[in-house]
Write a protein that binds this ligand. Sequence first.
Ligand SMILES: Cc1cc2nc3c(=O)[nH]c(=O)nc-3n(C[C@H](O)[C@H](O)[C@H](O)COP(=O)(O)OP(=O)(O)OC[C@H]3O[C@@H](n4cnc5c(N)ncnc54)[C@H](O)[C@@H]3O)c2cc1C
Length: 368
Amino acid sequence: MKHPVVNVGAGLSGLRAASLLTAQGIKCKVLEARDRIGGRVLSTSDPNRPDLGKFDLGPSWFWPQYESTITNLVKELDLGTFVQYTEGAMLFERFQNEPPERHVLPENSIERSMRFIEGTQSLVDAVANTIPSGTVELETRVTAIRLDEAGAITVEADLADGKRTKVYASAVILALPPRMVVRHIEFSPSLPPHLITDLVSKPTWMAGQAKAVAIYERPFWRESGLSGFVSSRVGPLQEIHDTSPATGSGALFGFFAMPAKMRQELGEDKVIKLVIDQLVRLFGTSAQHVSGILYKDWSSDSETAVEEDLDPLRDYPSYGQPPQAGVWEKKIIFAGTETNSQYGGHLEGALQSAEQAAFKIINLNNES
Ligand SMILES: Cc1cc2nc3c(=O)[nH]c(=O)nc-3n(C[C@H](O)[C@H](O)[C@H](O)COP(=O)(O)OP(=O)(O)OC[C@H]3O[C@@H](n4cnc5c(N)ncnc54)[C@H](O)[C@@H]3O)c2cc1C
């Protein structure tokens, strides 16, 4: 291949595809709009108390009992993991003005999930470390992909300083959410209409969600026999879990029942206040004494969500490879978790789609 393969997106999928290709001696460039790698993976600490550990504002779990690709990669990269804490009773919040119900769930009724000791970012960082330095270009937002009559591909991108850049590519791996491809990248010639319809119909997993993490000096709820797991019909959080680091401090995180539009109208401060009120209702006054709160609303993140993602999902989306790309066939290859039919939405789907994309490129390379 004369030019490098260009991967759009330095999420787990784009990075893993780059890692697999460079291992086969195929030159790659990864162009990433953000100033960091990882995409929806984001592990961070409280800036005022970094000693209390790292917390995931994106994905936290994987499930070794079903997900062999991530499980094998974690072993290969020798990453530290631990089992999600689930010991003790769960709380069910049915009505705002009544105390929550306390239930002890039957043994093995909660799916066993694994977490990363250093946060899920450790997986992304370890994959990135397998790629030669200089492969990933940050703050490089792809805006257009052009194919000329001779079959040459040019990728155009905006840089942070307002300048534009052009990269010639042998093929392009689109490792960003399908809706972002349609809304943010201009194709010349245009993508076929049936392909555009398919891409728009694949909602970006979790793009309408937000995570709030309340950090405490210790996981005090465990002392009263609570697991930290809550299911709520009151909200704003509909599902709460213990997200304490493997050792040290305590933390609870929740996903929201409150729709994205309402969160955006209320603003971060009011949403956080409602979250703390809910935690106090559930876990008592100790929950008031947060050491810090981390909040990430993915619906307001323009590198993940588009307008359509603000609408709550009614069903689990149908994910999988997009249909034929017309003149773009063998020029653009789709990766990213939403293009994986079995594990679409999960880290496992991101990795499997990367393997599939790398496999297609390796075949193209062998043909040329
Ligand atoms: C709150 C939350 C909780 C989750 N929990 C779990 C969990 O527990 N377990 C699990 O398995 N999965 C979970 N997920 C899903 C998981 O995060 C995703 O499946 C996975 O991270 C997707 O990786 P990806 O590489 O396919 O896409 P992304 O991570 O979205 O990567 C795409 C990349 O493309 C970049 N990009 C976008 N536009 C452009 C452009 N024009 N030019 C250049 N770059 C661009 C983006 O900045 C991004 O870095 C969760 C997600 C969220 C948000």
